[in-house]
Write a protein that binds this ligand. Structure first.
Ligand code: NAD
Length: 357
């Protein structure tokens, strides 16, 4: 087997602290047969400070050559007044589009040990394990024509275009069906086919694609109902697949079902399952440098990397089980702390996960 190359981009704020803990976990697995090499790159504000750009050429080259990318987070007060073209967030958008990462995977998992952290009743969310697959490079966020124009009567009009080609729907559909095949085997495709022709095509294409996946059951749901069902009975879902804009909204809604932003990983994949893996939270500049951030979202992102890009499902299971074990043991960083549990630092949490592997 060839050594897999991982580009590690810690970024800003708590990024370096949380990435260090995920690296500890990967390095531990490295001593037990996982064949990887790690190479570090600059991104975001940290890259701007050193090189004058949030996405230096060297980082892009490193990321293109790597098999997978592990990212912390970017951004912070320090860079907020910069011109938009060199803001830290530009680095992130740049890498996503340069690498053609069209499939965004956002799991919403609620460990039963943390059910009290949700704003929903514990029995509605305890044990929730849902995966939202969001199309990330098409749809209304990118469709042409777009703009703001002035009409003949002088009134202004804003307009965007919602457009999806069959090939775009097929490739995101395949990702969703493949993932469902490794989970409970159910895909719910979310659209607004009763009103929008582009999603009528979405629905037809998903239905056609389902014929290639006899082991996966496909259902369809309108997006308004899906939003309602997500807060009413979220455990009914296994995998949801949807358009860029619907996915943007539904995935944030789903992540809040769990109530703990420091726990949720994500992946963005290209056509060959190469991916960028990162926590869904930001750089948390308010707590940066204090060794109190929750590293579990980043550690779970590393687990996703093993599962979806490196094909090491067993090692991914081990990480996820280790996280569950430390929660069982009552260890909590401040963001998930409650009475009767044990408060630990970022590095203590990372050490505990390594020990539980
Ligand atoms: P944020 O996610 O950074 O923080 C929101 C709140 O959650 C803060 O109170 C923070 O302390 C807390 N929090 C976040 N992650 C945590 C963790 N792992 N452990 C404990 N607490 C945690 O969002 P924000 O405050 O809106 O944004 C801060 C900066 O991050 C901004 O510059 C923003 O642009 C950037 N941002 C980056 C990304 C990314 O890199 N993918 C995503 C969102 C925001």
């Amino acid at each position: 087997m060839m050594t897999k190359k991982i580009a590690v981009l810690p970024g800003d704020g708590i990024g370096p602290e949380i990435v260090a803990e995920a690296v500890k976990v990967l390095e531990k697995l490295g001593t037990e047969g996982l064949d990887i090499s790690l190479e570090y790159g600059l991104i975001g504000g940290a890259a701007y400070d050193e090189t004058g750009t949030p996405l230096p050429e060297a980082t892009l080259t490193l990321s293109k050559q790597a098999d997978a990318i592990l990212l912390g987070a970017v951004g912070g007060y320090k860079w907020e007044s910069l011109d938009i073209s060199v803001r830290p967030e530009k680095g992130l958008l740049g890498i996503r589009s340069e690498l053609n990462l069209f499939a965004n995977l956002r799991p919403a998992i609620l460990y039963p040990q943390l059910a009290g952290a949700s704003t929903l009743k514990a029995d509605v969310v305890a044990g929730l394990d849902l995966m939202i697959v969001r199309e990330l490079t098409g749809g209304i966020y990118f469709g042409q024509p777009r703009g703001i124009r002035t009409l003949e009567n002088g009134e202004k009009e804003g307009f965007n275009t919602l457009v999806y080609r069959e090939s775009e729907i097929n490739r995101i559909g395949k990702v969703a069906f493949d993932i469902a095949g490794k989970r409970q085997g159910r895909v719910c495709s979310v659209d607004k086919a009763n009103v929008l022709e582009s999603t009528e095509l979405w629905r037809e294409t998903m239905t056609e694609l389902a014929k290639d996946y006899s082991d996966v059951e496909l259902s369809h749901m309108y997006v308004d109902n899906a939003a309602m069902q997500l807060v009413r009975a979220p455990k009914q879902f296994d995998v949801m697949v949807t358009t860029n804009m619907f996915g943007d909204i539904l995935s944030d809604c789903a992540s809040m079902l769990t109530g703990s932003i420091g726990m949720l990983p994500s992946a963005s994949l290209d056509e060959n399952s190469k991916g960028m893996y990162e926590p869904i939270h930001g750089s948390a500049p308010d707590i940066a440098g204090q060794n109190i951030a929750n590293p579990l979202a980043t550690i779970l992102s590393a687990a996703m990397m093993l599962r979806y890009t490196l094909d090491e499902a067993e090692m991914a299971d081990r990480i996820e089980n280790a996280v569950s074990k430390v929660l069982d043991d009552g260890l909590r960083t401040v963001d998930i702390y409650s009475d009767g549990t044990t408060k630990v630092s970022t590095s203590e949490m990372g050490d505990a996960v390594v020990a539980a592997l």
